[in-house]
Design a protein around this ligand. Structure first.
Ligand code: AMP
Length: 213
């Protein structure tokens, strides 16, 4: 299965992709995670990417399609993949279409996780990652026992650097201007499925599976 998860920052793409990855045994390819790994490695590219990410802007299309081309050639993506955070512009979508045609690996679907904009800010400002397990939590929505369990185990709740209010509002503007047209790209190709993505993680996951069947 080769799918794309589309949706605004905070719509739950990463959370849902991780579940689907376990169930279907195909990798989650998160361009945000790949860029954060580049930032952490401290390379020159990583430093440039950090400045762009901190400003809530997008890394250039040429670089991103190059990263994706290399990643989907890895052996673990042979039987499929879940793209999370890519494509984010119409140019990336058409580059991806050309790449998958060249590789003879057509997409099965592009799934839009649809969340009202008013919900996104709370999801993003509250988002934390457990330093021990990588589990995603939210200080507003996760059960208090789960949040306490992290600190009791000696871990920390880490907040992403770009999850502050200023950067979030730039990211949401960029989403509206540059990424929303990608939804139309897949709608026009009759490849778009929309999942109502408010509610619990389990509820959204059930809807996602139903949309993929
Ligand atoms: P994410 O974790 O998907 O929210 O991505 C975090 C940041 O990484 C974004 O705000 C962008 O600066 C950058 N980024 C991730 N994916 C892409 C992409 N496909 N194209 C351009 N920039 C990206």
């Amino acid at each position: 299965m080769r799918i794309i998860l589309l949706g605004a920052p905070g719509s739950g793409k990463g959370t849902q992709a991780k579940r689907l990855m376990k169930d279907r045994e195909i990798p989650q390819i998160s361009t945000g995670d790949m860029l954060r790994a580049a930032v952490a490695s401290g390379t020159e590219f990583g430093q440039k990417a950090k400045a762009i990410m901190d400003a809530g802007q997008l890394v250039s299309d040429d670089i991103m399609i190059g990263i994706i081309r290399e990643r989907i050639a890895e052996p673990d993506a042979e039987n499929g993949f879940i793209l999370d955070g890519f494509p984010r512009t119409s140019q990336q979508a058409s580059d991806l279409e050309a790449l998958l045609a060249e590789l003879d690996k057509p997409l099965d679907a592009a799934v839009l996780l649809d969340v009202d904009f008013s919900v996104l800010m709370k999801r993003l400002t509250g988002r934390r990652t457990c330093s021990l397990t990588g589990k995603l939590l939210n200080v507003y929505f996760s059960p208090q026992e789960e949040l306490d369990a992290v600190t009791e185990a000696g871990g920390e709740l880490i907040q992403r650097e770009d999850d502050n209010e200023d950067t979030i509002s730039s990211r949401l503007d960029v989403y509206r201007e540059q990424t929303e047209p990608v939804i139309e790209f897949y709608r026009e190709r009759d490849a778009l499925k929309t999942v109502q993505a408010e509610g619990s993680v389990d509820e959204v996951y059930e809807r996602l599976l139903a949309a993929l069947d």
